[in-house]
Ligand binder design. Structure first.
Ligand code: DGL
Length: 282
């Protein structure tokens, strides 16, 4: 009887969703920390970037992507995108998931990042660098206030950092101007900032220049390993979910854009070749 029950559960990969390429930096760390699982990555490149879109649009696009990953068998979906996590995660968790399938889960990248701030910052002054959408949502400020009400969070929108990365200019001389500009703007707002949160999946690709222009001693948080460690802990605490995940160590890639186009830029993020398939979203 027990055997019959077990075989009725179909195992599936961990879904990883991003507006485009940026979530590949999160996937990279997920695979490093949790290599035994299968992953299905979906990039909505045809409609990216999400960073400057309205709440309604980001929510609708993200929900479509989550449903697609569920339909393809993922019991668990990670929104590996700050903008989607900021603007859509809570509504999907609270309003949509109970009606779609209450046994599946959708998790984001903001909480795992905020949770460790007290272990990193000495001054308690945090600088959040993100897309205009993430900054406008105030999600980092609100989440931090819930956990650490004494901290001070200063935000800086960096609207040109994503286009710089997506145009393969992260290492070019032209990027320096805009990296310095936004860092200087943040430090002018709060000179006591001692910790930068890179609150956008693309920003790890600018890490060398961010280090170059950050004040000495600045702690710089990249999210990939934080999200991966948090997922590891989540799966330890939720064996009922862990047992639904397939373990083949594979990664497959879907894009709403042209796959050849996706593959050529994706390798910049993954540092190895990627072969994607097209997936229409609407
Ligand atoms: N992945 C998005 C984020 O982390 C950045 C790209 C976009 O604006 O769509 O906010």
């Amino acid at each position: 009887m027990a055997e019959a029950d077990a075989s009725a559960i179909s195992l599936g990969p961990i879904g990883v969703f991003d507006s485009g390429y940026g979530g590949l930096t999160i996937l990279r760390d997920l695979r490093k920390t949790l290599p035994e699982y299968d992953y299905l990555y979906l990039g909505d490149n045809a409609r990216a970037p999400y960073g400057s879109r309205s709440f309604e649009v980001i929510y609708r696009y993200t929900l479509e992507a989550v449903k697609e990953l569920f339909a393809r068998g993922c019991p668990l979906v990670i929104l590996a995108c700050n903008t989607a996590s900021a603007k859509a995660l809570r509504t999907i968790q609270q309003k949509d998931l109970p009606g779609i399938d209450p046994t599946r889960r959708v998790l984001g990248v903001i909480r795992p990042t905020v949770e460790i701030l007290d272990k990193v910052s000495e001054s308690g002054h945090i600088g959040v660098l993100g897309t205009p959408g993430t900054v406008a949502s105030n999600s980092y400020v609100l989440e931090t206030m819930k956990l650490f009400p004494d901290m001070k969070v200063t935000q800086q929108a960096c609207p040109l950092w994503v286009p710089i990365v997506e145009n393969s200019e992260a290492e070019g001389d032209g990027a320096d101007y805009f990296v310095k500009k936004y860092i200087d703007a943040l430090m002018a707002k709060d000179p006591e900032t001692d910790t930068f949160v890179l609150a956008c999946t693309h920003y790890p690709l600018l890490i060398d220049k961010i280090r170059k222009y950050a004040p000495e001693g600045m702690r710089i948080l990249e999210q990939g390993h934080l999200v991966a460690e948090s997922l590891k802990d989540y799966l330890r605490r939720h064996p009922e979910m862990e047992s639904r995940l397939s373990k083949g160590g594979s990664a497959q890639f879907l894009t709403s854009e042209n796959p050849e186009k996706f593959d050529s830029l994706a390798s910049v993020f993954t540092h190895h070749p990627v072969k994607s398939r097209r997936c229409a979203l609407d």
